[in-house]
Write a protein that binds this ligand. Structure first.
Ligand code: GUN
Length: 291
C-alpha cells in the first residue's frame, strides 16, 4: 500500500509557487493577492479560511480576509462581491461556503467575476471545465487530480466510483475523471443518497473517491483488492481525549481498507492540504491571466 501523502505534495507545490513569487518580486512585479469572504461564525469555516490566509503568507501572496456577520443580507454580500470584482489589486477571491440561510448561494456565486473565480464555482467556469476548456478547476477536485498525477496512478480505462454529488467535489470530480487525458479516461459511476446497493458498485471499483461526510462509511468488505482510495471526508467527531475536543475523521475505515488498497489518502494529511495548495495555484493563474 502506498500512502498518497497530500501533506508532502502540497508542501512541494507551495515551494514551487513560492519560487514563482520570488521571481515576480525580483522583477518588480505585483505579487498575487487572494481575498476570502466569510459570512458568520462557523468554527470549521473559520479554521479553513485561516489556513488559506496562512498559506498565502507562506508563499508570499498578499491576502485579505473579509469577515461579515451571520445576519448579513444577500444585498450586502452582493455589494461586497462587486467591490472585490472592481478592486484592481485583488487577483482572485472566494466566498467560503456554506452561507447562512437568508442568502441564495447560486445567486452569490454567479455575481463573482469569472476571471477572479479561483474556486471555479461560477457556472461559466464550471461549464468550461465540463467542455475541456482551460479554466479554474475547483480546488479539491484539482488537488485530487494533482495527487493522482504526481503518484502516477493509472486512471485510463479504470472504473472510478464517486460517492456524493456535491457541486464542490462529487459532481466536478465525476466530470474530470471521465475527461480525455491524464488523469481521466476513466469509466465513471456517480453514487448518491438514492443509490441502491452501493456495495455492489463500490466492490467493482478500481478507484473510489468518497466525498460523503459520513465518518467510517466505507468498510473493507465494500472494496476489492488493490483499490485506489481517495477520502475527501473531513467530519469533526467529538473526542474528549483529544486537545481540541474533536478529531477529524474521513469517510473511509482507514485501518481496515488500507490493508486492501494499492493507494490511499490519509485523513488528515491527504486531500485537505491539497485543496489549499491548488487554491494558491488558481490564484497564481488568475494573476497571470490579469497581467
Ligand atoms: N467549503 C467547503 N469547501 C470549500 C471550498 O473549496 N471553497 C469554498 N469557498 N468553500 C468551501
Amino acid at each position: 500500500m502506498i500512502l498518497l501523502d497530500g501533506k508532502k505534495v502540497s508542501n512541494d507545490i507551495k515551494n514551487e509557487i513560492a519560487e514563482e513569487v520570488r521571481k515576480m518580486k525580483v522583477q518588480g512585479e505585483k505579487v498575487p493577492h487572494l481575498a476570502a469572504i466569510i459570512v458568520g461564525n462557523d468554527g470549521a469555516s473559520l479554521t479553513y479560511v485561516a489556513s488559506k490566509v496562512k498559506a498565502c503568507e507562506r508563499v508570499g501572496f498578499e491576502s485579505t480576509m473579509v469577515r461579515m456577520s451571520n445576519t448579513t443580507s444577500e444585498i450586502e454580500l452582493l455589494d461586497k462581491i462587486e467591490e472585490l470584482n472592481q478592486d484592481d489589486d485583488i487577483d482572485g477571491f472566494i466566498i467560503q461556503l456554506p452561507l447562512p440561510k437568508q442568502i441564495n448561494t447560486q445567486k452569490v456565486l454567479m455575481a463573482v467575476d469569472p476571471d477572479k473565480d479561483v474556486d471555479g464555482f461560477h457556472p461559466m467556469n464550471f461549464g468550461k471545465m465540463a467542455l475541456d476548456m482551460s479554466t479554474f478547476i475547483p480546488a479539491t477536485p484539482f488537488g485530487i487530480l494533482e495527487l493522482l498525477d504526481r503518484y502516477h496512478v493509472e486512471t485510463k480505462g479504470k472504473h472510478t466510483v464517486v460517492i456524493g454529488r456535491s457541486h464542490i467535489v462529487g459532481r466536478p470530480m465525476s466530470i474530470l475523471m471521465g475527461r480525455k487525458g491524464f488523469p481521466g479516461n476513466s469509466t465513471v459511476t456517480i453514487t448518491h443518497s438514492h443509490t441502491k446497493n452501493i456495495t455492489q458498485i463500490t466492490s467493482q471499483a478500481d478507484i473510489i473517491i468518497s466525498a460523503l461526510g459520513v465518518p467510517n462509511f466505507l468498510k473493507a468488505e465494500m472494496v476489492k483488492d488493490d483499490v485506489v482510495i481517495i477520502d475527501v471526508g473531513i467530519t469533526r467527531v467529538v473526542d474528549e481525549t483529544s486537545p481540541k475536543g474533536y478529531v477529524i475523521t474521513g469517510d473511509v475505515d482507514f485501518e481496515n481498507v488500507s490493508k486492501k488498497a494499492s493507494f490511499i489518502t490519509p485523513v488528515p494529511g491527504g486531500v485537505g492540504p491539497m485543496t489549499i495548495a491548488m487554491l494558491l495555484k488558481n490564484t497564481l493563474l488568475a494573476r497571470e491571466l490579469r497581467h
